[in-house]
Design a protein around this ligand. Structure first.
Ligand code: SF4
Length: 351
């Protein structure tokens, strides 16, 4: 199902929405980051209200279906085999266990269920198991998404056949900074998988991580890369680095919270129709910072269970925050899951 903008009305914002663009220059994106904070927030709000219900947030639940022992060396990730983080590994879950977790997520109010596996790329026999999981989760009326590493066009087609709605594959950062964070694959590898996912007709979920030591220009480059794709990702997760002891980024300095909010606001301005997801790092945020992120245009969160291997605010805290803000959960798409194809993830599999 295509994400459609809501019809603009003067009650929603004082000016008509800017058109959807795919030709942003780096200078323009850097200029957005350089705006006074209030001006950037106002611009993001105008676009947010033109395309989304400003008081509703999509709830997605993320389950790790295979944990740890990943051969990749993403410097932020506790699941990498290269770092000793004390993480308990687990083999691929049984289909029945995933169905049960998805049922709990649905009963708690989630509309999207994301399945993450710590693989460089899935083996064909594992992909068949994941396809069976997708069918089961979809049968519960949930949107489905998966993050499994790099995919070939044939594997993407197989997941599409199973009914996958979204595939998460994050670019993490700019092409220029990428080599500082990951050496076991290239930026082009990521772009190739995104292309295979798009060509298969699966919605794309793709974003990055703020706070890894990148410059503001790197953030601008990442968001520009996403916003100049022929089709914007339907979901754009913006993660704040979770500094996991044992990973190379464990001692990164804290990112200024306002700089994090700026990244969300710029993502909203560049990709007005996308669901911008406040992803990993939310557990450590105050309620006030989370509210500011929603005001900047975030309209999707991970809810319940845990992020792949890092924590997530518990459901009760989220419910109380939503009640205090009078924010409601976005309803599932009409008729249950999308008829095309569904994911994203915490940055612990920013993958
Ligand atoms: S982010 Fe994903 S690909 Fe990278 S080490 Fe972690 S699980 Fe593996």
């Amino acid at each position: 199902m295509e994400l459609r903008p809501r019809a603009w009305s003067p009650l929603m914002s004082p000016t008509p929405p800017e058109s959807i663009r795919h030709d942003w220059t780096l200078e323009e994106v850097e200029a957005l980051f350089a705006l006074p904070f209030m001006d950037l927030m106002f611009r993001a709000q105008l676009l947010h209200r033109a395309h989304h219900d400003p008081n509703s947030v999509q709830l997605a639940t993320l389950l790790s279906i295979k944990t740890g022992a990943c051969p990749e060396d993403c410097a932020y990730c506790p699941q990498s085999v290269h770092y000793d983080t004390g993480l308990a590994r687990s083999a691929l879950l049984e289909v029945a266990a995933v169905r049960e977790a998805a049922g709990r997520a649905r009963d708690a109010g989630a509309t999207r269920f994301c399945m993450g596996a710590a693989w460089r790329s899935p083996k064909d026999r594992d992909l068949r198991v994941v396809a069976a999981m997708v069918r089961e989760v979809r049968a519960l009326g949930l949107e489905t998404c998966a993050t499994l590493g790099m995919l070939t066009p044939g594997q993407a087609a197989e997941l599409k056949d199973a009914g996958l709605d979204y595939y998460n594959h994050n670019l993490d950062t700019s092409a220029e900074f990428y080599g500082e964070i990951i050496t076991t694959r290239t930026y082009q590898d990521r772009l190739d998988t995104l292309e295979a996912v798009r060509a298969a007709g699966i919605h794309v979920c793709c974003g990055g991580i703020v706070g890894m030591g990148e410059t503001v220009t790197d953030r601008a480059r990442l968001l520009r890369t996403l916003a100049t794709l022929p089709q914007h990702p339907e979901s754009v997760p913006i993660n704040r680095l979770v500094k996991v002891p044992g990973t190379p980024l464990a001692d990164q300095p804290e990112v200024d919270p306002f700089d994090f909010v700026r990244a969300i606001a710029v993502a909203r301005v560049l990709m007005p129709r996308a669901h911008v997801r406040l992803s990993a790092g939310r557990e450590a945020m105050s309620d006030e910072l989370q509210a500011l992120c929603l005001l900047a245009g975030a309209n999707s969160i991970f809810y319940g269970e845990r992020l792949l291997t890092t924590g997530n605010p518990d459901v009760e805290r989220d419910r109380q925050l939503f009640a205090r803000l009078k924010v409601t959960a976005e309803k599932a798409p009409a008729g249950g899951a999308h008829t095309s194809s569904g994911h994203e993830a915490s940055h612990a599999r920013a993958g």
